[in-house]
Design a protein around this ligand. Structure first.
Ligand SMILES: [Zn+2]
Length: 175
């Protein structure tokens, strides 16, 4: 029994190390949904915004050391660390990106980032969030996390079951 625990502990430590080695990403203006979903998977993924032009997007990816994900063939041809996302369906896009870049992800939201701003989420005690969540949530939610950048608070119910179900479908397709 003790040995089993040790092995399991080692295995999960290895997965977490691989997750830390995932490259940082930047999604272009056409891939806003994909960007948000990559954050659910815990990936450091910035959104270029709708106002930046191609040159600005490319320069930002290079300056920040990010892989540029784009649906624009011309933009994809500009640099070595760019990936043309061919799929149109969101779930297909996720499978495409995660498998092509060999990203290490989990399907349980455990290391997710803030889906709104890409900030890191910090575990919070009930007292820490008492003034910031509805009374019913404060009473019933089991855990809370706060975004270190925009201060939004997340709890298990924030993300519907459909999000987890989609994450599990995507990870299952990675094989
Ligand atoms: Zn945030």
């Amino acid at each position: 029994m003790r040995n089993d625990c040790k092995i399991a502990g080692r295995a999960s430590g290895f997965v977490e190390l691989r997750q830390q080695l995932n490259p940082r990403l930047l999604c272009d203006a056409m891939l806003g949904s994909l960007c948000r979903w990559l954050r659910f998977f815990g990936l450091d993924c910035e959104f270029a915004g709708v106002e930046a032009d191609d040159a600005e997007v490319g320069a930002r990816a290079e300056a920040e050391g990010r892989w540029l994900l784009t649906a624009d063939r011309e933009l994809a041809g500009r640099g070595p660390r760019t990936m043309l996302v061919r799929s149109l369906d969101l779930e297909d896009q996720l499978v495409e990106v995660l498998s092509r870049l060999r990203l290490e992800v989990r399907s349980d939201l455990e290391h997710s980032r803030c889906s709104h701003c890409n900030g890191l989420l910090v575990e919070q005690g009930r007292d820490d969030v008492a003034d910031d969540v509805p009374p019913y949530v404060l009473k019933t939610a089991e855990r809370f996390k706060r975004c270190g950048s925009c201060s939004r608070i997340f709890w298990p119910g924030t993300h519907g079951e459909s999000i987890l179900a989609r994450m599990q479908r995507v990870v299952a397709r990675l094989g």
